[in-house]
Write a protein that binds this ligand. Structure first.
Ligand code: NAP
Length: 282
């Protein structure tokens, strides 16, 4: 008998969305995260596969984009090597692997949305580690579903919506970059859409984000509007906010394949309103 779903990184932002979703749907699962399980330690991963899982969903990742610039090895271990080890174990035990990747695997200099088969051109250390993870899974022989997403937010965890909810509460004025364009993604929407794709037997690489697109400035204006904040929000350029890791200027992921399967993705303003209504204490 199947042991249900093995959910890795279940304490992270997306992991928690999966925990809530799987519990609500009464789908049996077992979750692991640091410090109990380090997916970058093959000696810890191997024994997990003694159980007959139905699917492995990997939400575990090194997600400190700027931190990766000074510790690329840590990012590579968790995001590049570990997915390959997981995929090899999945191939051996014939269990499908669901894994998450990012808009950062692309250079971000396009003018039209990135198709799922657009060439990988990662710019920074985090981006390189995530691209390495994709490649390792594709080469493993495992049955896999890689879901690329972007700009994740949820009522919990470390994310842009919660940061801006706090800053627009605490500061009279906030400057936000207005020359990076992408697609925000509600973590609960990402989890539900991924489960729907999985249940329909979809495999390969697909994109899931909210519908529509915006800049970080436009995203912030809507967050503040929903919260009734009176803070002044000023648009600025990326050059005014230098960060250790390069950020893609245009990272809109093409949704055509996914929408042909699941129908239109809900607009980011709709998903954002639902998340803002549930925001946990800041
Ligand atoms: N956040 C975004 O905007 C975004 C955008 C596109 C794609 N993604 C992808 O979506 C996935 C989920 O991201 P998220 O935002 O939910 O990340 P998150 O909140 O940082 O959660 C990741 C979880 O993995 C854990 N973890 C880190 N290294 C691990 C290891 N070696 N072994 C086991 N667990 C480990 C983390 O524990 P600690 O907290 O203790 O480190 C954390 O609980 C990732 O693959 C990420 O690359 C995220």
């Amino acid at each position: 008998m199947s042991a249900g779903i093995l959910l890795l990184g279940d304490r992270g932002m997306l992991g928690r969305a999966f925990r809530e979703l799987l519990a609500a749907r009464q789908r049996p699962f077992t979750g692991f995260d640091l410090p109990g399980l380090d997916i970058a330690e093959p000696g810890q991963v191997g024994p997990l596969f003694a159980k007959p899982w139905s699917t492995v969903i990997n939400c575990a990742a090194y997600t400190n984009v700027d931190g990766a610039e000074t510790d690329e090895m840590a990012a590579l271990r968790a995001n590049g090597t570990a997915p390959g080890v997981l995929a090899a174990a999945c191939a051996r035990t014939r269990v499908p692997l669901v894994h998450f990747s990012t808009d950062y695997v692309f250079a971000g200099n396009a003018r039209t949305p990135y198709a799922v088969d657009a060439p990988l051109q990662p710019l920074g250390a985090y981006s390189r580690s995530k691209a390495a993870g994709e490649v390792a899974i594709r080469q493993s022989g495992a049955e896999f579903l890689i879901v690329r997403s972007s700009w994740l937010y949820a009522p919990w965890g470390n994310n842009f919506v919660r940061t801006m909810a706090r800053l627009t509460r605490d500061k009279p004025e906030v400057k936000v970059v207005n020359d990076q364009r992408g697609r925000p993604t509600c973590a609960q929407h990402l989890a539900a859409s991924t489960l729907a794709l999985l249940d329909r037997g979809k495999r390969g690489t697909l994109h899931v984000t909210d519908g529509g697109e915006c800049t970080w400035y436009e995203f912030t204006v809507e967050i503040a509007r929903l919260l009734g904040r009176t803070t002044i929000i000023r648009p600025c350029t990326t050059a005014e906010f230098p960060r250790p890791a390069p950020r893609p200027a245009y990272s809109v992921l093409d949704l055509a394949l996914t929408e042909a399967i699941l129908g239109p993705m809900p607009d980011w303003r709709t998903n954002l309103a639902n998340v803002v209504a549930r925001l946990e204490p800041l």
